[in-house]
Design a protein around this ligand. Structure first.
Ligand code: GLU
Length: 294
């Protein structure tokens, strides 16, 4: 059975950009009689906004989403992440790192997602260093996969990313580890999400191999950008969905995703738009672009 999921981070209310990922993952699973699960990615406690998780759930309900099973909260799942970390330690793939941000900044080169860790602690902590974070050792074998929307992808982790952090100096588990553990434990077969996460996928595939997990299929939908070309996000102060015209919002999302909803559908009610979407959903029509201007 197809199992998809939506995994919002409760750092603010749902906005149009996150509605796109919710709709795409929902239709991908539900149009094939699959299951659609919900996971709150509330690991990064310092960035959490109180009440945002409940607000997101209510907004999803108001738009007519129905999810299968209970919502899971990453903040309650440290034991699972710790167990996975220990597996990786026992396999010799993870090491403690004692470098400060400044030390890394002084000696590292830029990769595609920030600095490439120079490998200072790879062969053990030097005498004066205390373990701060835990990093996974990567190599230069290219990681290849074919994204269901964006096509063939390849990344060399050692060159493009470097040994990355799985558990931070403040004791929090990193997104890359948590997402891999949860996608496995929830039995997710299809990950449908915004293309801002396309470059994270090779790190996730690498961890899946290292943990002897299977890899789901990946589909990265374009992200919505504003006129200045910036991704709509809480950081760029995207407007929260105000709920004045949900039918039109859903229609807009379908239009954004290349589904060509008939204009007349805008006059119908929300459940008619959902019905239309469920019947007509076609991944092949989603634009093969990482971002699109609204
Ligand atoms: N929590 C992430 C976000 O809101 C999504 C993670 C994922 O879908 O893998 O951007």
């Amino acid at each position: 059975m197809v199992k998809g999921r939506f995994a919002p981070s409760p750092t603010g209310p749902l906005h149009f950009g996150s509605l796109i990922a919710a709709v795409a993952s929902f239709l991908d699973a539900k149009s094939r009689q699959g299951a659609w699960l919900l996971r709150m990615e509330d690991l990064d406690t310092p960035r959490q906004v109180p009440g945002a998780a409940d607000l997101i759930l209510h907004t999803l309900e108001d738009y007519g989403f129905e999810w299968d099973g209970k919502v899971i909260y990453q903040s309650q799942r440290d034991d699972y992440y710790q167990a996975a970390l220990e597996t990786l330690i026992s396999r010799g793939l993870v090491y403690p790192c004692g470098c400060s941000r400044k030390e890394i900044a002084d000696s590292a080169v830029h990769g595609i997602d920030g600095l490439v860790y120079p490998g200072t602690c790879r062969h053990g902590l030097s005498g004066d260093k205390q373990a701060r974070a835990w990093r996974v050792r990567v190599d230069d074998t290219p990681i290849r996969f074919t994204d269901g929307i964006q096509g063939p992808q390849s990344q060399v982790l050692a060159r493009d990313i470097g040994d990355f952090v799985l558990k931070r100096a403040d004791g929090l588990f990193a997104y890359q580890l948590a997402v891999v553990v949860d996608d496995e434990l929830q039995g997710i077969s299809h990950v449908v999400r915004g293309a801002d996460l396309l470059d994270s996928t090779p790190r996730q595939i690498y961890l899946q191999h290292a943990l002897s997990y299977s890899s789901p299929a990946y589909l990265h939908v374009p992200v919505a950008a504003n006129a200045a070309g910036e991704k709509l996000s809480k950081q760029t102060l995207a407007q929260p969905l105000n709920g004045t015209d949900r039918t039109r919002d859903l229609w807009q999302v379908l239009h954004f995703l290349g589904q060509a909803p008939p204009v007349a559908l805008q006059q119908e009610n929300l459940s008619s738009v959902w019905q239309w979407a469920m019947l007509h959903w076609s991944v092949d029509q989603v634009p093969r672009q990482r971002s699109l201007t609204l």
